[in-house]
Design a binder for this molecule. Structure first.
Ligand SMILES: [Zn+2]
Length: 58
């Protein structure tokens, strides 16, 4: 098998500075979606931003 081998990597959230794991599974998911960049925010901040955006729509 010549599949890409992803490894979990640790990233630092640009919003809160917390370290979070960009897992192999997530990297594969990103690659499938065609995303070439890595996430810059931890899951908590991403969720918070999403909620904020939703709230702003109302
Ligand atoms: Zn964060």
């Amino acid at each position: 098998m010549e599949n890409n081998n992803y490894e979990d990597i640790t990233l630092t959230c640009k919003d809160c500075g917390a370290e979070f794991t960009f897992t192999a599974g997530e990297q594969e998911f990103y690659a499938e979606k065609g995303f070439t960049n890595q996430p810059v925010r931890c899951p908590a901040c991403r969720r918070a931003r999403k909620q904020q955006r939703n709230n702003n729509n109302y």
